[in-house]
Design a protein around this ligand. Structure first.
Ligand code: ATP
Length: 677
């Protein structure tokens, strides 16, 4: 008997009845589950918020009920369940379990579908003949639209071999159109290990292009939200991706899994959309973690040694705090609090001293008097003079425009920033004031660091960081602040690092993120790029990431690669349009307009950095291709892509690994030597 049976292709010899009967019975279970979901929704709709006592509680309850009703919507095109486990029994759980996107139960609370994230569903992803996990048979379902049309059985109890799943193969061979889809029906065992890692655990995933890192990160977010619903509803989960076009591409995955309350943003979205152009050499120094102690010193250098004491007049009395006492208070606070709470504490401590004086004179002031004194003019004046009110922008402005001040900060921090590096940091053309300064992306991380030195940044419960290899140490520190009381999922590929500060080690990434305990793991099997294309792109690996092993692909994709000298982009695009699926024409950024003119006869759009367009034929600037995929990819002039930036070869590697079905490389100039070797 074959290990897999795919109805209706397989002759009706299955032990538990002919496939068509089985199919009919599974279709009946789907119909019953749909009806039950409808009833659950009707029940939720019938609940009234009137029971809540006051108006505010009613509003909150109504909003919760509305969310519940929305969550119970049946999307006819989305399979309600995609798997079934027949279990050996011996526990309290049902013998047969249907695994799907959400729980569905009948009127008597009998489970008809169990959420894929429930502990019992784990076996659907992990059970194997070697370790059946109490499962006798795993059944996978194939759908066409919303209709259940096929099933595939894997007997697990007999210790045999399981061949490749046709349903998985069909899913990954499916022509791509539109945004990214969830992979909940076909998560692979090594991916599932990452998805179900505990909330306390920070996981860092190195993976070649198309190994499912993004998909895994999104599913892990959904898993954690299900497993720790209340805790994470309070603290929050956030996904950080490389650009907004990418976010738009992945935006429907979590909602399809029922999770709508996850913030998806970019580093710029989080730290501020500052984008003043900057020399990469300068940005590299600014991105270096050695900036952190320099910023800290720069901030604290603003504290002025108190020369005068405080005189507080009340009625006929003058209460004095001596200069040395003020110095003692400042010294005791310095370095023990963040900057802004330190200011407030200084005012309170001074006020306290005044109160002590009042008491010594026989008065009995209470706490309100202390607050009033802390807010009084003489105290405010002294605090402003000694511990001035500052913004991150003011401090950074001073640091980047005043070489002496920078030198003092470097010295105070005992930093080894060299004179050359310090010179790079100083603006060539200084701005008139911090208000008119134009900040760069690298400055945004410095401002954020200063902001945290002044006021603690709140931490989220969990952070998913995609394309993490591209982040500078200072950006990682900024993200680390946002998960310091939580954990992170860090995803990336050392070979796809395209920034001048791209990392070469995940241990270093975890260290700067403040998650040293994080575990580095690897995904090695590619689900996107055909083998022939991946092997071609992998010729670049010895030059860009020599320590990495060549990636492997699940998809043979014979005939998927065409390399053509002098070929026409319009012809290649026209040929791709005659096939099924999306088409990405990936071009050096400088050639976007030229290629758009060459394609004037064909309906097309240019990918906008701020949004993913729904267009079959898209021109994609090479610098925006990261994380995206297209059924057919046409890459124009690799030599120019390489020449455009310092890590141009890595950019080319990214660009060559976006194809799902075919890659056409068009070139007039000589190809990079690594590709022809
Ligand atoms: N288990 C799976 N079942 C079906 N499809 C999968 C599976 N894992 C990944 N895929 C598909 O493979 C493609 C690549 O996945 P994804 O974008 O997550 O990879 P990646 O590792 O982030 O790639 P890159 O490094 O190039 O950004 C996607 O279309 C995704 O849906």
């Amino acid at each position: 008997m074959p290990a897999h049976q795919l109805a209706p292709d397989i002759p009706p010899d299955a032990p538990d009845g002919a496939p068509t009967d089985v199919l009919a019975s599974e279709q009946a279970h789907l119909a019953e589950s749909r009806a039950a979901l409808k009833a659950m929704r009707a029940h939720a709709q019938s609940l009234s918020a009137d029971a809540a006592g006051d108006w505010v509680s009613q509003q909150i309850l109504q909003s919760l009920l509305d969310q519940r009703v929305a969550a119970l919507a049946d999307h006819p095109d989305t399979p309600l369940f995609f798997g079934r486990l027949d279990r050996a029994g011996g526990d309290d759980l049902p013998g047969t379990i249907y695994v799907g996107r959400r729980h569905v139960h009948d009127g008597g609370s009998k489970p008809l579908v169990i959420d894929w994230r429930a502990p019992v569903s784990r076996a659907f992803y992990q059970a194997s003949p070697a370790d059946p996990m109490g499962v006798v048979r795993r059944r996978r379902f194939g759908y066409h639209g919303g209709a259940l049309t096929a099933f595939e059985d894997e007997p697990l109890g007999e210790g045999g071999e399981i061949g490749p799943s046709k349903i998985l193969t069909e899913e990954i061979e499916r022509p791509r159109t539109g945004p990214m889809r969830d992979i909940v029906a076909t998560i692979q065992p090594d991916q599932d290990e990452i998805v179900r890692a505990t909330l306390a655990q920070t996981v860092c995933v190195q993976g070649a292009p198309g190994t499912g890192k993004t998909a895994v990160g999104l599913h892990r977010a959904a898993y954690l939200l299900f497993t720790h619903r209340e805790r994470l509803a309070r603290s929050g989960v956030m996904i950080v991706g490389p650009n907004r076009a990418f976010l738009s591409y992945i935006s429907s995955v979590l909602p399809a899994l029922g999770e709508v309350k996850v913030d998806q943003t970019t580093v710029a979205g989080l730290l501020g959309e500052h984008a003043a152009p900057e020399d990469p050499l300068v940005a590299a120094v600014k991105g270096d973690a050695r900036m952190a102690p320099v910023l800290e010193s720069a901030l604290w250098l603003h504290i002025v040694k108190p020369e005068d004491g405080l005189v507080f007049t009340k009625g006929a009395y003058r209460h004095r705090v001596a200069d040395y006492e003020v110095r003692e208070i400042v010294a005791s606070l310095r370095g023990t609090t963040r900057y802004n709470p330190g200011r407030a504490a200084l005012a309170q401590r001074l006020a306290h001293m005044v109160l002590v004086r009042m008491e010594q004179r026989g008065e009995s002031p209470d706490d309100r008097v202390q607050d009033a004194v802390a807010r009084s003019k003489p105290v405010k004046q002294l605090v402003d003079a000694v511990w001035p009110k500052l913004t991150p922008e003011q401090v950074l402005f001073r640091l980047l425009s005043d070489p002496d001040f920078l030198g003092r900060a470097v010295k105070a921090a005992k930093s080894d920033l060299s004179p050359e590096e310090q010179e790079l940091l100083i603006w060539r053309k200084p701005y008139r004031s911090w208000k008119s300064a134009k900040w760069s992306a690298a400055d945004a991380a410095l401002l954020d660091e200063l902001g945290d030195l002044m006021e603690r940044t709140p931490s989220l419960g969990h952070l998913v960081v995609d394309e993490a290899q591209d982040l500078s140490e200072m950006q990682l520190r900024a993200l680390g602040r946002r998960c310091r009381n939580g954990s992170a999922t860090v995803l990336g590929d050392l070979a796809q690092g395209t920034t001048p500060w791209s990392t070469t080690s995940w241990e270093s990434v975890l260290r700067h993120l403040g998650q040293r305990e994080g575990e580095v793991t690897e995904l090695t099997l590619g689900f996107r790029v055909p083998r022939e294309v991946l092997d071609y792109a992998a010729r670049l690996l010895p030059s860009i990431a020599p320590a990495l092993a060549a990636p492997r692909s699940l998809r043979p994709g014979l005939g998927s690669l065409t390399v053509s000298k002098g070929g026409s982009v319009a012809r290649a695009a026209g040929e791709a349009l005659a096939k099924e699926g999306s088409i990405g024409v990936i071009v050096p950024d400088a050639l976007v307009d030229e290629v758009s003119r060459a394609l004037a006869e064909l309906p097309h759009a240019v990918l906008d950095p701020d949004a993913a367009q729904e267009h079959r034929l898209l021109i994609v600037p090479a610098t925006l291709a990261k994380g995206l995929e297209y059924d057919h990819v046409i890459v124009v002039e690799p030599a120019d892509i390489v020449a455009a930036e310092p890590r141009g070869l890595a950019r080319l590697y990214v660009v060559l690994t976006r194809a799902v079905t075919s890659l056409t490389v068009l070139h007039d100039k000589a190809l990079p030597a690594q590709l022809t070797a």
